[in-house]
Design a protein around this ligand. Structure first.
Ligand code: ZN
Length: 685
């Protein structure tokens, strides 16, 4: 591993920080923390931490010794000076005299000693940094180091690999106990460069930011060299090329990794998927000892809350035999959940029975021959789980090359996964109503489509925006969420629809809700209209919806967790306008189509509903049309747009809320919701 230190960059940051009154030491603390953070093989997603001991004046003008430590969960790659809350050092060190302290009490003491009471919580590893005497301390979960120390004989390997420059601290859960053990060992051995925290990571220290950082790089390089020198090759059994495509496999995996909500009938707890593949992943999955290594546990304790202790190991999904795969996937996922429940029960009893069980669903699924899925309540969480799982594979692979990968015990994993500080966060942030669900919207670049995408994303769903105009859909997607997916989809072309839904399944793992919204208006007196015009309208305003619904139902059936089809029907279906037959007739057929889906798929938990909207500013009713129609009726534009029983203009946002309401109404199917401000001639009943 090469040092990333660049004198020019370091000085540039020092100069830049000086402008905001940040001193050189803190600026360099920020600089090397970013260097560590930008390398995935050192730290990932909030893992790792760094600190600086210095002096500052408190609010009374008195100079005090302080510890600046990375804030809990802060991302090292993008950290700023504010990411290092300052804590009075003396009271923190005084805690060493205590035998033990409850985690929540410790947090309270830390907060009480913050120089800025509004600062973020310091890292949970604060006490380790406080007790060690060094000015700069760096801590990472470096991949190569973990490969060397996640071993039954980790202490011996550590002595060999690091040539006695790091002292070995036996495994203890991160926190006060570990910090006490670490300082005791440090004072006894006085290692020159740092500490190894068994089955957890590495600490280096120094009198300057650069010294601590360069030592980290040097130690990681020693670990890499050790693996290189002593590594043996791994037995791999290549699988055939008959693997089913990810778009077909993902919905089965997603369905298998969902559980029925035990409170609300018809509701499911679902997860979003993130697929990863490539040579490293496929080689790992082709290992002949995959059964053993995949169940051997986490690479470092804080991964437990992201990936759970073990991944779900699924069979090879052979093309053409997905029914067998689906059966096996459900059975394996069921056993996983039962194992997690049993693990919870046993260990909860051990710690006094006060913990709350988390969902028993896997966060990583391994599919030999195909790749790996990260799973999460959001796409963001799924991607984090996938990143960590890829890192875990690399650690295990390295460890197995030089010995045998060994993780912390099941009890130790439980203590991390069900740590009171983590448990305290439960229920503090209320989950959004559509968390874990995936929605596809057609005609998403239009006014109603875009408003609907926004409304569903706000309700917590992951959103795919489909439109014939990809650039416009991509533009809208940016405004919806960081994870919104824009896809080109021409609903008049069956292949285009299939391809778009395959892409959704491959990207998110499946689909739960479809808002079939794409449409366009044709006019003409029905007795005189060209047949070609009528057929063209049917292609878009009827068959387009049928193709979309068919593609969605195929995925929903593979998931086996129900679903919801929502159609934009328009009031034309029940209250035709003069010379609007070419638009209204296929819309009337669409209303019947919705009812047919409700009838045919109700037993599978798939609901079908429609919204009848009227007079919305959109591509179908442009500003020019509004102006000319208002003029023709001798009305102002405002009076024309609000010409309904309530006298209120109806907006795309109102239609979006109607779709959202139908998506959330789990006992409602074959419903038509009217959103037109009141038009008694268009009333359904
Ligand atoms: Zn750590």
């Amino acid at each position: 591993m090469k040092s990333g230190w660049a004198e020019h960059d370091a000085q540039a940051l020092v100069a830049q920080c000086a402008k905001s009154g940040i001193d050189r030491e803190l600026a360099l603390r920020v600089y090397t923390t970013r260097l560590l953070g930008r390398d995935r093989s050192l730290v990932l997603h909030g893992g790792g931490n760094t600190s600086l001991k210095t002096r500052m004046r408190d609010r009374f003008g008195e100079e005090v010794e302080i510890l600046r430590i990375k804030a809990s969960g802060a991302d090292m790659a993008a950290i700023e000076a504010e990411g290092f809350p300052a804590v009075r050092l003396a009271p923190m060190r005084k805690l060493r005299g205590l035998e033990a302290i409850a985690d929540l009490d410790l947090v309270a003491i830390e907060r009480a000693n913050l120089i800025d009471p509004a600062a973020r919580n310091p890292s949970v590893e604060i006490m380790l940094h406080a007790f060690l005497p060094h000015k700069f301390i760096d801590h990472t979960h470096a991949r190569a180091v973990l490969s060397v120390i996640d071993q039954p004989d980790g202490e011996q390997k550590c002595a060999d690999a690091f040539r006695g420059r790091l002292a070995f601290v036996p495994y203890l859960m991160p926190g006060f106990g570990l910090a006490k053990k670490a300082i005791e060992i440090y004072e006894r051995i006085k290692p020159s460069d740092g500490l190894i925290l068994s089955k957890h990571g590495i600490v280096t220290f120094g009198e300057s930011a650069r010294e601590a950082y360069e030592r980290m790089i040097e130690m990681v390089t020693l670990a890499e060299d050790f693996i290189e020198r002593n590594g043996k090759s791994v037995a791999i059994a290549r699988r055939g090329s008959d693997v089913a495509p990810v778009a077909a496999v993902a919905p089965i995996v997603r369905g298998a990794c969902s559980v029925k909500d035990d409170v609300t009938e018809g509701a499911w707890r679902r997860l979003v998927l993130e697929f990863r593949t490539g040579d490293a992943v496929l080689d790992f999955l082709d290992r002949t000892d995959l059964g053993r290594v995949s169940q051997a546990g986490v690479a470092t304790p804080d991964h437990t809350i992201r990936t759970k202790n073990w991944p779900l190991l699924l069979p090879h999904p052979e093309a053409g035999k997905l029914d067998d795969f689906a059966r096996a996937a459900r059975e394996t996922a069921g056993k996983f959940a039962a194992r997690h429940h049993d693990y919870f029960e046993r260990h909860n009893r051990r710690v006094g029975g006060d913990r709350r069980e988390l969902d028993p669903l896997p966060r990583v699924a391994l599919v030999p021959g195909l790749g790996m899925f990260g799973l999460g309540r959001t796409k963001h969480d799924a991607a984090i789980a996938a990143d960590i799982a890829e890192e875990w594979m690399a650690v295990v692979d390295g460890a197995e090359r030089i010995g045998r990968f060994e993780s912390i015990s099941e009890a130790e994993m439980f203590d991390c996964e069900y740590w009171p500080l983590e448990q305290a966060k439960l229920g503090l942030t209320k989950e959004r109503p559509l968390a874990g669900q995936i929605v596809a919207i057609t005609g998403a670049a239009g006014a109603i489509g875009a408003a609907t995408a926004k409304a569903f994303a706000t309700a917590g769903a992951e959103v795919a925006l489909l439109d014939v105009d990809l650039a416009a859909a991509a533009d809208k997607a940016k405004a919806v969420s960081a994870t919104a997916l824009a896809l080109r989809c021409d609903v008049t072309d069956a292949a285009s629809v299939e391809a778009a839904f395959d892409e959704i399944a491959a990207s998110f793992g499946g689909v739960d809700i479809v808002v079939s919204n794409a449409g366009a208006a044709w006019q003409g007196r029905i007795g005189e209209v060209e047949e070609a015009t009528l057929r063209q309208s049917f292609e878009l305003n009827f068959y387009g919806h049928q193709r979309v619904a068919q593609a969605a139902v195929r995925i929903m059936q593979a998931q086996g967790t129900g679903g919801c089809l929502l159609f934009n029907v328009s009031k034309q279906a029940v209250n035709p306008g003069p010379n609007f037959g070419p638009y209204g007739v296929p819309k009337a057929a669409l209303l019947a189509l919705m009812r047919q889906y409700a009838l045919d798929y109700g037993a599978d938990g798939i609901r079908a509903n429609a919204v009848n909207a009227d007079r919305i500013r959109s591509g179908l009713l442009t500003q020019e049309m509004i102006a000319s129609r208002a003029k023709a009726r001798g009305l102002s534009e405002k009076d024309y747009m609000s010409g309904n029983l309530l006298g209120r203009e109806v907006t795309a946002g109102d239609v979006a809320q109607a779709f959202l309401h139908q998506a959330l109404a789990l006992k409602t199917t074959a419903d038509v919701t009217t959103v037109d401000g009141g038009n008694i001639a268009a009333a359904m009943r």
